[in-house]
Ligand binder design. Structure first.
Ligand code: BF8
Ligand code: SF4
Length: 636
């Protein structure tokens, strides 16, 4: 196998040892069993778009150098990647649509279990998207806002998506218009991409990739709708103190792990669990222990301080502790493998969404109209499962770390406001202009077992911190750092370079009254849809610095990217003008032309570009160089 060191997470390694003793299989074993993986697929030069194929680019010239229809390698690679972007946009935006419907129905009084929780956020969003708040009740405004959001999915006229256009710089608007990549509706962008990449339609790789960027901007739109409306429904995150890693599971409690992405379910489970402590105690448990995996874990971490159990790659290992009574899942990034492993224990996997079932697992249809009832039913199932576990030993690695999270953009600006109440963002841009910090890096997305689990995240973060880069993170990346203790204040002392250390110390001192525990090395901004928060931060920096995003010392990295969503997020970041590192190879190496579009042509056109680098130390050097280039250009 390519990957001998399987994880750098001590809790995961401990569980892998136990798995070996008991002969339990997980993704780590299946990864090894898949080696060597098909080189054609790995490089993106396998086409299955029509069933004359699969066609592979087998030679440099002659008939084997093209698909049966005559498609070049570059056409095949670009079509495959663009379809991944469309897949990612579908996932993020369907999530956003679900939230928008819930908000609309709650405001119309059709569902009782949700309500507008954060009126101030609702007003801010309304103003931002051009809806007057004058004389409207919260529900009236929520109806208008959610309807406007839903329009972004199905508009048939040619105006760009509202949630894109309302949040970007003037420079980006002009660029997207010039290049014709502004989506007019999310659904249309995805459909158009499926059409564009059908057999015998577009063969031009630049046109296909730019079409892919349009779906990436549709993805951005869907993410922003998800973030904004989730904040309206459940509250805008504020700093929370909690813990991360498998040690958060408790043998004597009913352990409910929420896994997936959509807070409509997980937040209700969290809210309702408080009321059901007594029932759990009556069953002989010390209480209910909630924890999260993947992005729904991040949603409830950010808003309710629910601890993180683990991240994507190690999801099956949580079940191997024998302590998980129910793992309740909704959509995205749920390995079907969790079901097989749960069979070896008492754990119940509960699927909840119509579009996301796992054969053999327990399906408990989640119904927004009876959200609280649904959540109670799921918690009762966990209490029942706990009863069957009583007396059996659990093997929970006693490993966990302190976490300070909950940094929505609003929360981050509030920290800055303690130093500069008039223009909070200036605290960050001034520190860059003074050379105290080198810029900002956004850490996003995923584990990919092609790299040792979590290693790229941690190595790059430590290297960038040493080089005085201000770190923000989302998704499984923030979770990797959380588990490793890098979201604890002690990590600042240990890893930050002098400039970053003094910057964070000033910030921590100014906020001592509110956050006595200090500040983390990386600011956790939320789930993957909350990359929209980081985009807004970047846009604010651009506006404050009086330049467009391609000049802002802001980089992004997806150290262990894996999902179609990651491809879409990456495309969006590049279109926005951000140098974007990817630490695990997407399937594009089969075409040097497409590789060049991603790494160079994108830069010429959009100012953002991809950096593909699988060595994490080299990646950190390249990211630092990208920041240095931008600060040098600004004359700093
Ligand atoms: O939306 S980071 S593995 S959980 S795709 Fe999935 Fe990747 Fe994790 Fe979150 Ni994002
Ligand atoms: Fe082969 Fe062309 Fe069909 Fe792709 S679209 S499978 S390259 S014939």
């Amino acid at each position: 196998p390519k990957n001998v060191m399987r994880s750098v997470d001590p809790a995961a390694l401990l569980m892998l040892e136990k798995a070996k003793e008991k002969n339990l299989l997980s993704a780590y074993d299946r990864f090894a069993a898949q080696q060597p993986q098909c080189a054609f697929g790995y490089e993106g030069i396998c086409c299955r778009i029509c069933f004359q194929g699969p066609c592979r680019i087998k030679s440099e010239e002659g008939p084997g150098s093209k698909g049966i229809c005559g498609a070049h390698g570059y056409t095949i690679v670009s079509r495959n990647v663009a379809r991944m972007m469309a897949g990612g946009a579908s996932a993020h935006s369907d999530h956003g649509r679900h939230i928008a419907h819930a908000l609309l129905h709650a405001a119309e009084g059709k569902i009782a279990d949700y309500k507008v929780t954060d009126v101030e956020k609702l007003k801010r969003v309304a103003e931002r998207v051009g809806i007057s708040t004058e004389g409207k009740t919260a529900n009236e405004l929520a109806i208008e806002v959610s309807q406007a959001a839903l329009e972004d999915f199905g508009r048939q006229t040619d105006e760009p998506c509202t949630w894109l256009w309302s949040y970007i710089t003037e420079g980006r608007k002009k660029k997207f218009e010039d290049c014709n990549i502004a989506p007019t509706s999310i659904d249309r962008a995805v459909v158009a991409m499926m059409h564009q990449t059908h057999i015998g339609v577009d063969a031009d790789p630049v046109n296909i990739i730019f079409g892919g960027l349009k779906t990436s901007l549709a993805d951005y739109t869907g993410m922003h709708i998800s973030t904004d409306l989730s904040d309206v429904l459940f509250g805008t995150p504020k700093p929370v103190i909690t813990e991360a890693n498998l040690g958060v599971l408790k043998a004597d409690k009913v352990n409910i792990v929420v896994h997936g992405h959509n807070p409509l379910l997980s937040q209700t489970v969290v809210n309702v669990a408080k009321e059901m402590e007594a029932e759990a105690k009556a069953a002989g448990a010390a209480g209910i222990q909630l924890s999260g995996i993947c992005c729904t874990g991040n949603e409830v971490l950010m808003r309710s301080g629910v601890p993180i159990a683990t991240n994507f790659a190690s999801q099956e290992l949580a079940i191997m502790t024998g302590a998980v009574d129910v793992m309740v899942v909704d959509v995205q990034c749920i390995m079907p493998g969790v079901r097989a492993i749960s069979e070896c224990f008492h754990t119940k996997i509960v699927t909840t969404m119509d579009n996301s079932k796992i054969p053999g697992s327990y399906h408990y249809a989640f119904d927004e109209h009876h959200a609280v009832e649904s959540a109670k039913g799921i918690i009762r199932l966990a209490i029942e499962a706990f009863k069957t576990r009583k007396g059996k030993t659990c093997e929970i690695p006693q490993i966990k770390n302190k976490v300070i999270a909950g940094f929505s953009l609003e929360a981050l600006l509030e920290l800055f406001a303690a130093l500069n109440p008039e223009t909070p963002i200036k605290v960050l841009t001034d520190a860059i202009e003074a050379g105290e910090i080198a810029g900002v890096a956004l850490f996003a997305g995923c584990n990919n077992l092609e790299a040792p689990h979590d290693n790229n995240h941690l190595t790059i973060a430590k290297e960038l911190a040493k080089n005085n880069v201000f770190l923000v993170g989302t998704g499984c990346s923030a979770q990797a750092l959380a588990k490793a203790g890098l979201l604890a204040p002690e990590a600042v002392e240990e890893y930050a370079g002098e400039g970053l250390k003094s910057f964070l110390k000033k910030l921590a001192d100014a906020n001592k009254d509110k956050l006595a525990d200090g500040l983390p090395l990386m600011f956790h901004m939320g789930s993957c849809v909350d990359n929209s928060r980081a985009h807004d931060l970047c846009t604010m920096m651009a506006e404050q610095m009086g330049v467009d995003i391609p000049k802002v010392p802001f980089v992004a990295t997806a150290p262990e990217a894996m999902s179609e969503k990651a491809v879409s997020i990456g495309g969006g970041a590049v279109a926005m003008g951000i140098p974007t590192h990817v630490g695990t190879m997407p399937p594009i190496e089969g075409s040097s032309l497409v590789y060049g579009i991603a790494t160079q042509i994108a830069s010429d056109v959009y100012g953002g570009y991809f950096i593909f680098e699988t060595d994490p130390v080299a990646a950190a050097t390249k990211l630092t160089a990208a920041l240095d280039y931008r600060t040098w250009k600004l004359g700093i």
